[in-house]
Each structure stands twice: as structure tokens, then as C-alpha cells.
Write a protein that binds this ligand. Structure first.
Ligand SMILES: Cc1cc2nc3c(=O)[nH]c(=O)nc-3n(C[C@H](O)[C@H](O)[C@H](O)COP(=O)(O)O)c2cc1C
Length: 187
């Protein structure tokens, strides 16, 4: 799929590789995509919404409770409840980094935050880009969850091997942003 002119929803999980998501946003915008970033609560511990808002030139969504608590903000600019609006407007959804926790939630259809609700509500192709410690990646629970994601029809980029932020060597590095974009163009 050509990226230019497409709406890409980028979901960011709470992993150390979230810093690479900033570069991914920059490159997607450079390719001509409209990028809407959705961060989990844990993701905000790693990078700021302000950085991602500046790079994407769009508001960053971080939670869904504001809609419920403040009636004046119940609806998005399009006049729709925002997690459904974001799910519907996406041509592509990318989760990078996809943490072990996010993968587990998606594999079981949990929907207890904005990003996991979007994952259930969207009809767009979804690409998961996992990143974690090698032992977390190799754990049977994670591997079972990865198998479930494939069964559910999600696209997946295997993590790269090499030096990991946790000090280990092995599989678990987030794929480079350029490679993620290349994969998106083939979806
Ligand atoms: C410094 C630090 C780095 C972390 N890096 C990762 C990581 O790379 N991958 C991962 O799966 N979890 C990582 N975690 C654990 C996640 O932050 C944790 O499981 C969190 O609940 C994930 O939330 P999410 O579902 O919003 O992504 C890290 C935690 C800390 C404190």
C-alpha cells in the first residue's frame, strides 16, 4: 500500500524502544502519511506526547476516559466517539514498539485502554512490531500469544537480533523504522 495520503494510526507501547517511534513518525510524515499517535499510559514514561505531537503535527491520544467524564469533550472533531473515529479513519495501524503486555492483551481481545479498543474496533490491517528482552520474547507465553496474533490475521515483524537495551544479546530489538515503513508499503 502506498503510504502517501494514507492515515496511519501508530500505537506506542511502554518499551524502551519507544524512542525509535519518534523517528518512525518523522519518516511516515515525510512519506506523506497523516499520522495519529496513540500512546499507552506506560509509553508516556518513555517519550512525551509533546514530542510525538510536534513530529506528527496532530494531537496525540493517550486515554479514553476524558470522553466519558466531560460531556463537552465526548465527541471528536468529526462528531464521533474518538476511539471508534480513530479506528475507522485508519488505513493502517502500526504498533511499535509492541510490548509483551500489549501483545498478550491483543492476543486475547482485551480492551481496557484506548489503544486496545482501537485494535478491536478497526477494520484496517494491523502490523505488530515487537520489542523486548530476549527471554521475554522466547517465553512460551509470548510465543503462544504471537501465534494467536497470526491466527487473528495480524501482520507481524519479527524483532531484530543484537545488543539489547537491557544488556542482553539476542532477539528482541525493534526493527528499524525504515524497515517498518518498507513492510507497510507491502501490506
Ligand atoms: C525501563 C523499562 C523498560 C522496559 N522495556 C520493555 C520492553 O522493551 N518491552 C516490553 O515488553 N516491556 C518493557 N518494559 C515493561 C513494560 O513497560 C510493562 O510490561 C508495561 O506494563 C507495558 O505496558 P503497555 O501494555 O502499555 O505497553 C519495560 C519496563 C521498564 C521499567
Amino acid at each position: 500500500m502506498l503510504i502517501k495520503g494514507k492515515t496511519v494510526v501508530l500505537g506506542i507501547g511502554g518499551g524502551i524502544a519507544a524512542y525509535k517511534s519518534c523517528e518512525l513518525v518523522r519518516l511516515l510524515v515525510k512519506e506523506g502519511a497523516a499520522v495519529h499517535v496513540v500512546m499507552t499510559a506506560a509509553a508516556k514514561e518513555f517519550v512525551t506526547p509533546l514530542t510525538l505531537q510536534t513530529l506528527s503535527m496532530n494531537p496525540v491520544s493517550t486515554d479514553m476516559w476524558g470522553e466519558t467524564l466531560a460531556p463537552a469533550r465526548r465527541e471528536s472533531v468529526e462528531g464521533r466517539i474518538s476511539h471508534i473515529a480513530l479506528a475507522d479513519k485508519a488505513d493502517l495501524v502500526v504498533i511499535a514498539p509492541a510490548t509483551a503486555d500489549l501483545i498478550a492483551k491483543a492476543a486475547h481481545g482485551l480492551a481496557n485502554d484506548l489503544l486496545t479498543n482501537i485494535l478491536l474496533a478497526t477494520r484496517a490491517p494491523v502490523l505488530f512490531c515487537p520489542s523486548m528482552n530476549v527471554h521475554m520474547w522466547e517465553h512460551k507465553a509470548t510465543q503462544n500469544n504471537i501465534g494467536r496474533l497470526k491466527e487473528l490475521g495480524y501482520h507481524l515483524m519479527e524483532p531484530d537480533s543484537g545488543e539489547l537495551a537491557c544488556g542482553y544479546e539476542g532477539k528482541g530489538r525493534l526493527c528499524e523504522p525504515e524497515v517498518i515503513i518498507e513492510k507497510l508499503t507491502r501490506m
